[in-house]
Design a protein around this ligand. Structure first.
Ligand code: SF4
Length: 324
């Protein structure tokens, strides 16, 4: 397969002032730390992990909404960190984002037409806006009369459709979907996920789909990557990852997905204990394996040495000393 996005050894560190008045020092907050990841053309790569693990930061790095502290991100083979001016603008139109919060990400004072056509104006294509907005509204399932209305006149699901229309109007190749359904009612989530899937087939899109809900990711993803405290700890095809996860953290996350059948509830409760405790601070991550403070299988080597990423089966990557 061909990688549309390729991240190599990417870091995003934020300098944070720590210590008291007399001992003030700057410490790097390691939001993303030495991550290498590929998103293949035409696939949906699910990116999961608890809040604060760095997945949204990584998503923004892949489309250069944020600049990496170090490492390389390639889009269709081009190092996007080295691009400037016209070349950067040309690549940017091929990479878009759908935000989590359809309430906060739409300007309440702009009409739907202005919101959806804004990217066209930015890229000098405002002249063709009227027809393209009409086509895009129809594509995302909104009526033509929506164009003259304001965001507050719509439900959460409809607002997310507006956000999707805005993201797709420039016909991008790659879209980061950053928790696009987590602010929506459960009854609406499936509609938006199905819409994203339909649009992917119709427009040939590639998605990085970020979520903390493994149930949603399971439905839409081709492969899934699991992040913990700034690191990618496991990547595998969806079916493999859910049926035979190799990293203890992935197993804990999967066990945390609520189960509805009574016979599975007791087992789910027992395994959920594996994720007891909070995610440590990225300002002072644990030595060795970052998951060692919460891992039920921890060994002494785990505290001393960071596990390398290995490939115990073709396409199945895992960073754990015990993975076989
Ligand atoms: Fe657990 Fe050790 Fe594997 Fe880390 S390396 S996940 S602490 S067994």
């Amino acid at each position: 397969m061909t990688a549309l996005i390729e991240a190599v050894d990417v870091c995003k560190h934020y300098p944070v002032e720590t210590g008291g008045f007399l001992r003030r020092t700057t410490t790097p907050l390691r939001a993303v730390d030495s991550v290498s990841l590929r998103v293949e053309a035409g696939e949906t790569l699910g990116l999961v992990g608890e809040s604060g693990c760095g997945k949204s930061t990584l998503g923004r790095l892949t489309i250069r909404l944020l600049s990496a502290t170090s490492g390389t991100i390639r889009f269709a083979g081009q190092d996007i960190g080295a691009l400037e001016g016209k070349a950067l603008r040309a690549v940017r139109r091929s990479m878009q984002i759908v935000f989590q919060d359809p309430y906060g990400s739409l300007n309440p004072r702009m009409t739907v037409e202005d919101i959806v056509s804004e990217p066209l104006a930015i890229h000098g294509e405002g002249a063709s806006a009227a027809n393209r907005v009409a086509d895009m509204l129809s594509l995302v399932g909104l009526p033509a009369r929506a164009r003259d209305r304001f965001p507050h006149e719509f439900s959460g699901g409809q607002r997310q459709r507006i956000g999707i229309a805005r993201a797709l109007i420039l016909k991008p190749k790659f879209v980061v979907c950053d928790e696009p359904v987590s602010a929506l009612d459960v009854s609406v989530q499936a509609q938006i996920v199905n819409l994203l899937q339909d649009l992917q087939g119709e427009l040939g899109l590639t998605y990085l789909f970020i979520a903390h809900d493994l149930g949603v990711v399971k439905h839409i993803s081709t492969r899934v990557a699991v992040m913990y405290l700034g690191k990618v700890v496991e990547v595998a095809a969806k079916d493999t990852l859910y049926a035979a996860p190799k990293h203890p953290y992935t197993r804990g996350l999967i066990a945390s997905v609520p189960v509805t059948h009574p016979s599975q509830r007791a087992r789910g409760r027992a395994e959920r204990k594996r994720l007891d405790g909070d995610i440590p601070s990225a300002l002072n991550p644990p030595s060795g394996c970052r998951f060692h403070t919460r891992c039920p299988l921890v060994q002494s080597i785990c505290r001393e040495r960071e596990p390398p990423t290995t490939e115990p089966a073709p396409g199945h990557l895992v960073a754990c000393h015990l993975a076989t």
